[in-house]
Design a protein around this ligand. Structure first.
Ligand code: IPE
Ligand code: IPE
Ligand code: MG
Length: 259
């Protein structure tokens, strides 16, 4: 098993959980069986990340573009999401995990929001780890929403256009409140971002694995973290072994002056 140095963990790990449909097909089962099995992988990985000491875990559960899937698949995904939230409640509370959703939550069915809202509320003060579920989420949409929020402040005379800088924009993005992404994992073999955390991943280390999401387990997470620990994060500077210093990150992913 991969050796992880727990003193140098990525602060924020994000995962594009892909490959449920292909996993199901390989088993001769229907796509939605893959999603059901995928929700068990979520449980395993949340637990493993918490045990390891990761502070923030962001999981891409449903993209804004996934609404374009067949109605029956979307409905099943929403029911599975509701089941997951009901089932994991005790586990999250027991392990001090704060759950929150990022994305356009107003598009989620009431049946999901009625379990999501109380779970967010009841775990809000927990500080073991922040688990962000990206639901009806798109990276471009999040940037648009934050621009809109700043534009409203400018229109109201509360913000000068010249005062807008990267931290101002990032401060309007819910995905950034746990800091920029350090390690971005994508399962399922595709090597693309698919509109996930566009802003926050600017300097993320990318890790792609062919393992399909329902088959992903704790050792796979450790393997990704171990690979992360082999990387030399330069943030545009020279390699660390010739005197450049890379990390830790200041808020919003910008190395601090003087580091
Ligand atoms: C990821 O698995 C789950 C969601 C996108 C909701 P997919 O359903 O995309 O599975 P593949 O990529 O078709 O195998
Ligand atoms: C990305 O997977 C979205 C989630 C994992 C929720 P997709 O399967 O939707 O991505 P594409 O279509 O292959 O880019
Ligand atoms: Mg897919």
């Amino acid at each position: 098993m991969a050796l992880v140095d727990v003193s140098r963990l990525p602060h924020h790990v994000a995962v594009i959980m892909d490959g449920n449909g292909r996993w199901a097909r390989a088993q001769g089962r229907i796509r939605t069986d893959g999603h059901a099995e995928g929700s068990h992988a979520v449980r395993r990985v949340v637990r493993a990340a918490r045990r390891l000491g990761v502070r923030a875990l962001t999981l891409y559960a449903f993209s804004e573009q996934n609404w374009n899937r067949p109605r029956v698949e979307v409905d099943t995904l929403m029911e599975l999401l509701r089941d997951y939230l009901l089932r994991e409640r005790a586990e999250l509370l027991e392990h001090g995990i704060r759950l929150r959703a990022i994305g356009r939550r107003d598009k989620l069915p009431a049946r999901v929001r009625e379990v999501l809202d109380p779970l967010e509320r009841d775990t809000a003060a927990l500080d073991g780890m922040v688990l962000s579920l990206a639901l009806s989420y798109g990276g471009r949409e999040e940037i648009v929403d934050s621009v809109r929020a700043l534009a409203a402040q400018v229109a109201a005379g509360r913000l000068a256009p010249d005062a807008i800088d990267e931290p101002t924009l990032a401060s309007e993005m819910p995905s950034l409140s746990v800091g920029p992404v350090d390690l971005l994992i994508r399962t399922g073999g595709e090597q693309r971002i698919s509109n996930f955390l566009l802003w926050g991943s600017a300097y993320a280390e990318l890790y792609f694995t062919d393992t399909l999401w329902p088959a992903f387990d704790a050792p796979d997470l450790y393997g990704a973290v171990a690979a992360f620990q082999q990387r030399d994060r330069r943030f545009g500077r020279v390699p660390s072994d010739v005197g450049g210093y890379a990390g830790p990150l200041a808020p919003h992913g910008l190395p601090q002056a003087g580091e």
